[in-house]
Design a protein around this ligand. Structure first.
Ligand code: 2P0
Length: 331
């Protein structure tokens, strides 16, 4: 099934009439149980279910206007000119709802994610774009449908449709109609995420390529779906019980397990930089001294620290460069 066919299943053949403008906000998210490996690359269908926390007011606001004689894309005030891969990816996503080949769009997106946070923006970017297109065409789609459409832009965008804790169920259908995210009802107001940006010189392998290499070449990857399924259950239990140690331990182990599949890949992938490892050791040292802190990492060198508000002063003292996010205190 193609992405366009998947969208047609949701939107149907109704005529699309653009309003003056579509506009939406979507938060970034950080996975505690990672999406790692696809069972369908066209539809971004995952091998395993995942669970994330959305980052409240850190995210993307996107406006879409229909018009002009080509797609244009402005990101944080800067015109992204073709043949940039970012513009091509946005254009390919717009194709999914474009009523005819002679309709074009002006997309204007601004991100509130500080550069110092070192966070990827594809999740909030494609979620905000999916929501803005829903607004532009007055589609009134429900969360499930919006999550599926956002997934077609970027897998992790399926989770950025919601605030709070979000679970993306992998599903098993070939058309992906059962692969979408839902929001968990639990809140955890004291939970904090600390972003440590690690500078690095060389360009890393993108996560899209990284998960493909791991799935295709790593023997350890064969154990990943089972680990992810167990971790997801533990995380849901931790969230339900507000058991911070269970949450932190599970998230940290899940991230390290994902990175283990990368090191076991050929060619090997190691996103860690010396400073990443230093931060990990510092967190383990703080933990051995009694401070309840854990970490998670994504497909890059940056480290995200998990802690609660009552440890904030200690975390900020140990990591003066940290950017702290309170995911449940968004306006
Ligand atoms: C996650 N990552 O769950 C995992 C952990 C990176 C490591 O989702 O190919 O940009 O667009 O579906 O969503 C990043 O992968 O990949 C990601 P595509 P995406 O957050």
């Amino acid at each position: 099934m193609t992405r366009k066919e998947a969208v047609r299943k949701i939107v149907g053949d109704r005529p699309l009439r653009a309003r003056e403008k579509g506009k939406a906000y979507a938060p970034a998210n950080i996975a505690l149980c990672k999406y790692w490996g696809k069972r369908d690359e066209e539809l971004n269908l995952p091998v395993n279910s995942s669970l994330s926390i959305s980052l409240g007011s850190l995210g993307a606001t996107t406006e879409v206007v229909a018009g002009g004689d080509k797609d244009t894309f402005r990101l944080n005030g800067e015109h992204i000119e073709g043949p940039a891969p970012a513009l091509a990816r946005v254009s390919a996503f717009l194709d999914l709802l474009r009523p005819s080949p002679d309709v074009f769009y002006h997309v204007n997106s601004t991100s509130t994610i500080p550069v110092a946070a070192g966070l990827a923006s594809s999740a909030s970017g494609f979620a905000a774009l999916a929501l803005a297109m829903n607004d532009l065409y007055d589609l009134n789609l429900e969360g499930k449908s919006l999550s599926i459409i956002a997934r077609l832009g970027s897998g992790s965008a399926s989770r950025s449709i919601y605030h709070g804790f979000v679970e993306w169920q992998a599903g098993s259908r070939d058309d992906g109609m059962d692969s979408y995210a839902t929001r968990l009802t639990d809140e955890w107001r004291e939970l904090r995420l600390g972003m440590i940006k690690v500078s690095h010189g060389e360009k890393a392998v993108g996560s899209r390529a990284g998960m493909k290499i791991a799935k295709e070449t790593s023997r350890l990857y064969r154990a990943w779906p089972e680990k992810a399924a167990e971790d997801l259950l533990s995380l849901k239990e931790a969230i339900h019980l507000k058991d911070f140690h269970l949450l932190g331990r599970t998230a940290e182990s899940n991230a390290l397990g994902m990175h283990a599949t990368m090191m076991d890949s050929w060619p090997p992938i190691l996103y860690w930089q010396p400073q990443s490892v230093e931060v990990m050791h510092q967190i383990w040292r703080l933990r051995s001294e009694g401070l309840p802190v854990y970490f998670t990492m994504d497909a890059g060198p940056n480290v995200k620290i998990l802690f609660e508000e009552n440890s904030r002063a200690d975390v900020e003292a140990a990591f003066p460069e940290v950017t702290v996010v309170a995911p449940f205190l968004h306006p």
